[in-house]
Design a protein around this ligand. Structure first.
Ligand SMILES: NC(=O)c1ccc[n+]([C@@H]2O[C@H](COP(=O)([O-])OP(=O)(O)OC[C@H]3O[C@@H](n4cnc5c(N)ncnc54)[C@H](O)[C@@H]3O)[C@@H](O)[C@H]2O)c1
Ligand SMILES: Nc1nc(=O)c(N)c(NC[C@H](O)[C@H](O)[C@H](O)COP(=O)(O)O)[nH]1
Length: 278
């Protein structure tokens, strides 16, 4: 079957440079449930380490080649996770538009990742007009799962369920009374929850709160690989910056983190950096 016109193409020679950073097929074929999925943290920044011009402003940074790469990554994970800030700002599609994947020249929904949105307080007004809902109806993507701590209304629940999505309640069992009062959800708990739902590889795309939280000293060990696109643009002061907290040790500041097993890969006008947290 010929691929539809909107399908993206990412060549085999470039795929090979990424594959060792992705969930391994041997992991995804086993039936045993491990305590957490493989976590790939991936995003695009400007030369001044920013994700967007301002909070809530969608900002295209990736060129066409690195955009195709992102869609190749989406085809290699069971799920794509974002924070609700990104869901509200971008009205994203969160599907995989690469040639050959379900809905884009492939059979059925096979190969399409599950969108997952962190929305502890139920801020996202998901509706029949949201792109993720329309694409799920058209068979061009899976409907989202929304991880929440609140009781969502019956209207949102039935809309989501009608297209095959669901709300996942982040239980109070993760962290006791204090945790149940705050909106914060611990990454270990969320990843365990996803693992129990059968997710073996998750690609975390942002935005700023999510990325800086995962790059912090408490959470970095949960990240298996980082795949970062750097675009040749300065967004200028005032944007959404990737800049995690420094670590503290022996009364002085230490670097927040560093990558090992590094590969730099030029892609069009961008460069893609792959590595694993040390
Ligand atoms: N360039 C890129 O690669 C890229 C990627 C994604 C988003 N963006 C941009 O980033 C901006 C959005 O970023 P942002 O920082 O405003 O929002 P975000 O997407 O990081 O969402 C933040 C929200 O997610 C929830 N959340 C995150 N971590 C949580 C946790 N541990 N526990 C509970 N809830 C948690 C909270 O409600 C929080 O307010 C937008 O402008 C978007 O276009 C850019
Ligand atoms: N790789 C990358 N380059 C960018 O220039 C950019 N703005 C994003 N942003 C990440 C965000 O998670 C989603 O890319 C958007 O929310 C849109 O997703 P869709 O294309 O609608 O599926 N990601």
């Amino acid at each position: 079957m010929a691929a539809p016109r909107e399908a993206l193409y990412f060549p085999a020679s470039q795929r090979q440079q990424l594959d060792s950073y992705l969930p391994s097929p041997s992991i995804t074929s086993t039936s045993s449930v491990s305590s957490k999925p493989h976590v790939t943290l991936t995003f695009a920044t400007s030369l001044d380490s920013q994700l967007a011009l301002a909070p809530g402003v969608q900002t295209a940074l990736s060129g066409p080649e690195s955009k195709a790469m992102t869609h190749y990554l989406r085809s290699k994970h069971d799920a794509i996770l974002i924070g609700v800030g990104t869901a509200i700002a971008d009205n994203p599609s969160l599907n995989c538009r690469i040639e050959g994947v379900g809905g884009y020249g492939g059979e059925g929904l096979y190969g399409q990742p599950r969108p997952i949105v962190l929305d502890p307080k139920g801020r996202w007004e998901i509706s029949a007009e949201s792109k993720v809902v329309k694409l799920a109806r058209e068979g061009k993507g899976k409907a989202p799962w929304i991880i929440t701590k609140t009781d969502v209304g019956e209207q949102k629940r039935s809309l989501l369920e009608s297209v095959g999505g669901k709300f996942l309640r982040y239980g109070d069992s993760f962290g006791g009374v204090e945790a149940s009062l705050s909106a914060r959800m611990e990454w270990r708990g969320m990843l365990q929850l996803l693992s129990r739902e059968g997710i073996q590889g998750v690609m975390i795309e942002g935005g700023g709160v999510v990325i800086n939280d995962l790059l912090s000293a408490d959470n970095l060990e949960l990240v298996d690989s980082v795949i970062l696109t750097i675009a040749p643009t300065w967004l200028g002061r005032g944007g959404v910056q990737v800049c995690p907290e420094q670590r503290q040790g022996l009364g002085r500041s230490l670097p927040a983190g560093r990558l090992k097993d590094v590969n730099w890969m030029p892609l069009g006008e961008d460069v893609v950096l792959c590595g694993r947290p040390q």
